[in-house]
Design a protein around this ligand. Structure first.
Ligand SMILES: [Zn+2]
Ligand SMILES: [Zn+2]
Length: 349
């Protein structure tokens, strides 16, 4: 699910709408989530429908989807294809159940396929690793349980389903009057994809580009590499597309893709500088990811003390993604000693 560490309060479920002839936005509720809803998109063709993303596995989400389809006179077996932008619970959780009801074939990116088991199959093992990883990154002993609990209830909202077709990016998915190119956009998730129809100038952006929220890009205990570098690269890639209409995973459809991607790039540039600024304040003291996260700004109104355990964990993972990029660029030093990872400014040459 992960989005920016501090999310907005819940809002009422938006209306279903036909956005272009043959493509509908079907918002589904996300109970207990400050996001409030996830957008799924239904595309019509002469021989059945394509559904992009599907919400998580709760009775009310399934009921809402059923209601949308009924109102459009679409039956579950008419849904022939299910494409998932990434395997976060709010986009993927219902896929297993839907495949039983619809017999639709399921497609998503190869890297998301790779992470299914490590994210969802063995929750206890993941929690143990996560706890150790949070400790390694400076989380105080007294807070470990609180930060580590956060997302266990999310796992109950996922029914694991394996894809019938794995995507690499570059494929074309033709449906009715739409021909979507699969664009691999790693960052928010390692195998995140967007769907771009150049002819209709429309982009289904998943959680890669959202209208108001900054998509969360965090380092995960089971993902190495440099997710923020990936994210910034794929933002630049997407920002060059000639899309006049962007259909995001959350929030309202919008125009102005180049402006929005520029804002997100600028946001991360400021975040990187903010972290370097914090390290400059304490030149003689290397600092942990947790310590830096606790001193960064996460909200206009709320301080670190106000953040829940889950929000704090997201904040730590986001701070670490920024630190990883700073490290790759040579702007910070990273050390592991006595079981703690710390960051400091490089020595003056
Ligand atoms: Zn999402
Ligand atoms: Zn997501």
């Amino acid at each position: 699910m992960t989005h920016s560490a501090v999310v907005r309060p819940a809002q009422p479920l938006p209306d279903r709408a036909e956005l272009l002839p043959g493509i509908w936005r079907l918002p589904l509720p996300l109970r207990d989530s400050p996001l409030g809803h996830v957008n799924t998109y239904l595309v019509r063709s002469d021989n059945g429908y394509l559904l992009v993303d599907c919400g998580w596995d709760t009775a009310d989400t399934l009921r809402a989807l059923e209601g949308h389809l009924r109102a459009l006179d679409v039956k579950f077996p008419d849904v022939r294809h299910l494409v998932i932008t990434h395997i976060h619970p709010d986009h993927y959780g219902l896929a297993g159940r839907l495949r039983e009801i619809t017999e639709a074939d399921l497609s998503f990116h190869r890297l998301e396929r790779l992470y299914i088991e490590s994210r969802y199959a063995d929750a206890d093992e993941l929690l143990t690793e996560m706890r150790e990883w949070l400790r390694l990154n400076g989380t105080p002993q007294a807070e470990l349980d609180r930060l580590n609990r956060g997302s266990t209830s999310m796992m109950e909202r996922v029914q694991i389903a394996y894809p019938d077709r794995t995507l690499d990016g570059g494929e074309e998915i033709v449906c009715g009057r739409f021909a979507f190119k699969v664009v691999w956009t790693p960052g928010h998730s390692a195998g995140h994809i967007c769907l771009y129809d150049a002819g209709n100038k429309v982009l289904l952006s998943g959680d890669h580009v959202l209208p108001h929220i900054t998509p969360s890009v965090g380092l995960h205990v089971r993902t190495t590499s440099n997710p923020l570098a990936d994210y910034l690269d794929s933002l630049k890639l997407i920002g060059r597309l000639q899309a006049e209409l962007v259909l995001p995973g959350h929030g309202e459809p919008f125009a102005g893709l180049p402006e929005r991607t520029a804002e997100l790039l600028e946001h991360h540039r400021r975040r990187l500088d903010e972290i370097v600024g914090l390290l400059e304040q304490t030149p003689d003291r290397p600092r942990t990811g947790y310590d830096l996260a606790a001193h960064m700004r996460w909200s206009r109104r709320r301080t670190w003390d106000d953040l829940s355990g889950f929000e704090r964990r997201l904040a730590v993972t986001e701070a670490l993604a920024h630190l990883e990029l700073l490290h790759a660029r040579g702007r910070v030093r990273k050390r592991c000693a006595d079981g703690i990872v710390t960051f400091s400014l490089p020595d003056e040459e």
